[in-house]
Design a protein around this ligand. Structure first.
Ligand SMILES: C[S@@+](CC[C@H](N)C(=O)[O-])C[C@H]1O[C@@H](n2cnc3c(N)ncnc32)[C@H](O)[C@@H]1O
Length: 279
């Protein structure tokens, strides 16, 4: 690749477009920026500059990966979430911007003890703890590999003293009570998963779907909430687009009620705060 940055990016964007990438030019520029940052510590690109051999090698590899529809955050190994940088691998869900609504809602409740069910990269628990200096929390996941990523993130962000991570099948290894239980469970239906964009194939299937109607994690999480919520505590759940009624019905079956609905930037209901009924 002995050409200028902008020529390389234009050629890559064409390949990405042909491969079905949604934002080909944006991704090509982002990868070029990340490669220059990685190799030269540079924040700013000079588009007409010729690419040096080290950057060309790295960028060539990254462009190939993106053409195969690997998500950009996995390729570069990081993702900004709620203004914190998270280390991301193919063992965890790439933290989604819409999940930031859970952090906003959780922070507003000022919890002291937090449980994060299905913690993945740890993005929810660690963002909450970063904004709640008096709080501590536990993140669980059924995936040992995901837990290692969460642990690494807690080290990098400097929250090891207040965040613990361990393996559990939802509540099975959990004791005690919490002011906030937060979860972004795998909620795609089997058919949504089968129709999903190529990028999702690079993420762990167990982070995206448990198959069927996609609702069984909500049943398990709602069923155990009463036992693990402290008095006045809140269960905060992310929901898929169009799932508000179904999830509301499920929590009601387990003596909870939806106290508040939270919306994403497109004004779609994307999370619910649930309380124990009658309190
Ligand atoms: C949608 S991802 C959420 C990850 C992260 N909390 C986030 O918001 O980006 C769901 C997570 O639940 C975990 N998971 C799936 N089944 C589980 C189970 N039975 N018990 C605990 N965690 C589970 C997956 O490994 C995955 O990390």
């Amino acid at each position: 690749m002995t050409c200028s940055i902008s020529e390389a990016v234009t050629a890559a964007a064409k390949r990405f477009h042909a491969a079905g990438v949604e934002n080909p030019a944006t991704d090509a520029w982002r990868l070029a920026g990340e490669a220059y940052g990685r190799i030269h510590g540079l924040q700013q690109l000079v588009p007409h500059e010729r690419i040096d051999p080290d950057t060309a090698r790295l960028l060539g590899d990254w462009f190939d990966q993106r053409e195969r529809r690997r998500p950009v955050s996995q390729i570069v190994g990081r993702r900004l979430f709620r203004n914190l940088e998270f280390f991301v691998t193919s063992d965890v869900l790439d933290p989604r911007p819409e999940s930031e609504v859970l952090v906003e809602a959780g922070v507003n409740r000022c919890p002291e003890r937090i449980l994060d069910l299905g913690t993945g990269s740890g993005c929810l628990l660690l963002s909450l703890l970063a904004e709640l200096p008096g709080a501590e929390g536990v993140g669980i996941d059924s995936s040992e590999a995901a837990l290692q990523v969460a642990q690494e993130n807690s080290k990098r962000i400097g929250l090891c003293g207040r965040a613990r991570f361990h393996r559990s099948d939802w509540y099975s290894a959990i004791s005690g009570q919490f002011d906030l239980i937060v979860s972004n469970p795998p909620y795609l239906t089997e058919s949504e998963f089968n129709r999903s964009p190529e990028e999702l194939r690079w993420e762990p299937q167990q982070a995206l779907t448990v198959g069927g109607d996609g609702l069984s994690p909500y049943r398990t999480i709602a069923a155990g909430a009463n036992r693990h919520l402290a008095s006045g505590g809140c269960l905060l759940l992310e929901i898929g687009v169009g799932r508000l009624d179904q999830v509301s019905r499920i929590v009601t079956q387990f003596a909870l009620c939806v106290e508040e609905v939270h919306f994403d930037l497109d004004r779609r209901p994307r999370a619910v705060s649930c309380m124990v009924r009658g309190l």
